[in-house]
Design a protein around this ligand. Sequence first.
Ligand code: NAP
Length: 298
Amino acid sequence: MSAARRMVVTGREGQVVLSLLERGANDGRFEVIALGRPELDLSAPETIEAALREARPDVIVSAAAYTAVDQAETDEEAATVINGVAAGKIAQVAAALGVPVIHLSTDYVFDGSKTEAYVESDPVAPIGAYGRSKLAGEQAVAAATQNHAILRTAWVYSPFGKNFLKTMLKLAETRDSLNVVDDQVGNPTSALDIADTVLTVASNLLGSDDPALRGTFHMTGTGEGSWADFAIEIFARSKLAGGSTAEVGRIPSSAYPTPAKRPANSRLDCSLLELRHGTRLPDWKQSTAIIVERLART
Ligand SMILES: NC(=O)c1ccc[n+]([C@@H]2O[C@H](COP(=O)([O-])OP(=O)(O)OC[C@H]3O[C@@H](n4cnc5c(N)ncnc54)[C@H](OP(=O)(O)O)[C@@H]3O)[C@@H](O)[C@H]2O)c1
């Protein structure tokens, strides 16, 4: 049997990179290698080429990013270097090495004004600094190499790092009730499901030169809801698992101002990913249950 191929993922402690390390070990098709600071520092793009060459990838997953959406509003230059310039550099190195690059992007490239779920060909129009910086990354990746899959995801949660699900459970340890925004809708997406999908997409890219497998794809959990719906589901599952729980009050986003404006509609239509790559993420409620139960056991 041939040795597992090397999947080099950017970042060390991010939700997606930790999920890929876990799922990659179970899956066996790839040896997953996390590559991050100090060897690879996206805020210093000149570090990228040597670090990636040294790691000898068969496929590169560009998962590291400046993800502090509110902070980006007053730090757009740094966000643009990391999410735009560095993403482009990673893709240039992938092209030079002759390997595919899978680049993670976001629903924030859209303005959220569409009433239906967004498809890949919908016009982009980011409403904040983070979205602009991620769009710059998509454009730089596409300009650097044809051999790419840009996977746009949204509302990511996992047992790792910082995310909405963990924040809700933590707040419920000290509060009986919480007010949660109810006028933004999206598709909650488990980073563990993202990892499974990335492994499949990587395998497909390495297995075929077909241009239909390349380009931009939407990749979110199946099903939709508001942040309040998500919180209610988290607490329903947590109650069953013996964890913390709180009553949820539904509020408009105008009652919860943040430095960065969020799209009202974040829903992404993932039909193209299913058609071309033969994979669809599980229902978000099913994945929420799995992660809440796992956290309750730890
Ligand atoms: N979280 C979401 O809700 C969401 C939604 C849509 C799209 N996305 C996209 O999905 C991808 C993965 O997100 P995530 O949730 O896994 O992110 P995350 O948990 O916030 O982790 C960010 C990762 O980026 C790395 N990083 C940040 N600055 C870096 C730098 N200068 N040099 C090297 N590495 C750096 C961090 O490194 P350390 O490990 O060293 O801390 C960490 O591994 C990102 O491209 C993000 O834009 C996320």
